[in-house]
Each structure stands twice: as C-alpha cells, then as structure tokens.
Design a protein around this ligand. Structure first.
Ligand code: FAD
Length: 302
C-alpha cells in the first residue's frame, strides 16, 4: 500500500525493521517469527540494505518473499554508496514489477575496509539525489501505482555525525523532503526529549511530512555496545546505563530493563501524538510483542 494511503488508514503507524539473514537457517528462523509479527498487524515492515549494496540480492529476495507469502507490507531500504545509476534503476524497476509500493531512500555508509573508496564513482552522493531519481522514475509512469513509489528518508534527532552544523543539517533534511520524500523515519534514540525537539525543529524548518520515531529496545549488554557502534552519535542516558549496570550479569534482567525503558518511551511518544513508531527488531518478535502488550496495543497473548 502506498505510504500516503497507510497514513490515511492509520492515525498512528506501528512498523518493524528486519535485516536479510545471510544463511538459509537464519531466513527460516525469521520466517518462523514472521507469523508472530503478522499477529501484531503492523502498518508495514522494512528490510535493510547491507552497506555498499552487500545484501543487494538478499534484500530483494526477502522483500519479495514477504510481499508474496505473508500479510506484511515490505518497504525495502536502498542506499547510494557503491552504486551507479544503472544499478539503482535496475533495482527499483524490479521492485516496481514485484508490486512493491514504497522505498526508504538512504545515503548509506561505506562498508568496513572500504574507507579509501572514491565516492566520485557513485551516481548519487546524498539521499536527496536518490529521492529525486525515484521521483523521476515515478513520473515516467513505469510503476503500476500511478503515483509511483512512496518515498521515505532518514532523520537524526541527535544529529548526523557528518554534519556538525545543526542548522545546515536541517536544511539538508528539508531539501530531502522537498525533493519528494513522503515521510521521515528517525535513527534510534533513548531520550524522547531529543525526538520532541527534533519534531519541533522540523516544524520550524517547514517540514510537514509525517515523522516516525525509531525505537530499539536494549535486549542484552552486548547489544547495547553494538548499538553504540552502529548508531553513531546516539546518547545513552545515565539512568538507562545505571539500570543495565544494576542488572549485572543477569541476561534476563538486562532484557527486562531494556524492554521497560522502550515501553516507557513508546507510552510517552503516544501520549504526545507521535505519528508512528518503527521498531528495530533485529528479526526477533519477543521484545516488540512485550512492548505491545504493556501498551495495551493488541490482543495478542504473551
Ligand atoms: P544523507 O541524507 O545523504 O545525509 C548524509 C549526511 O550528508 C548528513 O550529515 C547530511 O546532513 C549530509 N548532507 C546531505 N545533503 C548534503 C549536501 N547537499 N551537502 C553536504 N552535506 C549534505 N544504512 C545502510 O547501509 N543500510 C540501511 O538499510 C540503513 N537503514 C537506515 C534506516 C534508518 C531509519 C536510518 C536512520 C539509517 C539507516 N542507515 C542504513 C544508515 C544511513 O545510511 C547512514 O546513517 C548514513 O550515513 C546517512 O544516511 P542518510 O540517508 O541520512 O544520508
């Protein structure tokens, strides 16, 4: 369903992010969980794209499999790094033919070990250029939906590390939206004040598209460390760290702390009229399901 129709249908959207497993076993495990995710009736799910196109086929295949064999509505992520224009065109043409309705258009980061790669070889330096390209594709009428793909972009409540000037950063975000983005999904954050302030700054900048909050429950101490690596710039509030420390080596206690924190974040976001919540699930349904139950969102049983 085109994202504009999704926002018409749902006052608040709930959505889940998956990554494409690299092994057959991982894929089967994800598909076992997919039945659990389906029971939560998300507005859509999204599938990540490995840095530099490293999961190009895996992302495509997972998106098409979800689309064809489940009730979930998949949105592929697509990044500019390491791709020429013909690569991007081929990828989006395949999604159009498969009946995929939306794309999350991202700048992307260089894969580890490729720091010397010359970005001058890429067709697009920034996500804005990718959004423009998809819009031109949309205008060509090649997509079965006459509006073409719905387009999402990323937002960073705590700022993106590559742009230290926070005013300039909002100009870049505004340019991305003006280029044709229909919605924004944020980087994960742990302090809602960062999100609320970001939402206000978007409003001041004249950004009117829906903003979906990205939430990732901490489910293990190692996961917390990995998040700090992947979500560069994200702040970990002392209160959260203290609770994780109190849990010590007790893995179940760490998980309870993380789920409780994320649940409280979601409750507060809902109380303050958030347009959508996007859960970074790491392909596991357990934490998201518990958050749903505590929020009274669904009749699913624990
Ligand atoms: P851009 O919008 O291109 O911005 C990147 C930086 O360039 C920003 O600092 C911006 O301010 C700056 N900038 C923009 N325009 C200009 C300009 N004209 N001149 C100068 N500077 C400019 N990565 C993956 O590899 N795969 C994924 O599947 C993936 N999914 C993600 C999903 C979400 C919701 C988020 C928040 C991030 C995701 N990422 C993913 C990570 C993302 O690709 C990186 O964080 C990347 O560095 C920024 O992406 P962007 O789309 O915001 O890029």
């Amino acid at each position: 369903m085109h994202i504009q129709d999704i926002f018409t249908k749902y006052l608040t959207t709930f959505s889940f992010e998956f990554f494409p497993p690299k092994t057959e076993q991982g894929a089967e495990e994800l598909f076992k969980n997919i039945a659990e995710f389906e029971a939560l009736k998300p507005a859509f799910v999204s599938v990540t794209y490995g840095a530099g196109g490293s999961t190009r086929e895996l992302t495509h295949d997972l998106v098409v499999r979800i689309h064809d064999s489940s009730s979930l509505d998949p949105i592929p992520h697509l990044t500019c790094v390491c791709h020429g224009e013909s690569d991007i065109l081929e990828i989006i043409e395949r999604y159009a033919r498969a009946g995929v309705s939306n794309i999350l258009a991202l700048g992307g980061d260089l894969p580890r070990g490729m720091e010397q790669y010359d970005r001058g070889q890429d067709a697009f330096r920034y996500a804005t250029n990718l959004v423009k390209f998809i819009r031109v594709f949309n205008e060509s009428g090649a997509h079965p939906d006459k509006r073409g793909f719905g387009i999402g972009v990323a937002g960073f409540p705590e700022g993106h590390p590559a742009t230290q000037n926070r005013l300039l950063e909002m100009d870049h975000l505004k340019a991305k939206v003006d280029a044709g983005a229909d919605y924004i999904v944020t980087q994960l954050f742990f302090d809602n004040r960062d999100f609320f302030d970001f939402r206000e700054r978007c409003d001041l900048a004249g950004i009117r598209v829906p903003i979906i909050a990205g939430i990732m429950p901490v489910t293990s101490a190692s996961g917390l460390k990995r998040m700090a690596e992947l979500a560069a710039g994200a702040r970990f509030p002392a209160a959260l760290l203290r609770s994780v420390q109190r849990a010590g080596d007790n893995a179940d206690a760490v998980k309870r702390v993380g789920i409780h924190w994320a649940t409280e974040q979601c409750r507060d976001l809902l109380d303050h009229g958030v347009r959508g919540i996007h859960f970074y699930t790491l392909n596991k349904s357990d934490a998201t399901k518990q958050i749903y139950l505590s929020l009274g969102l669904s009749s699913v049983s624990a």
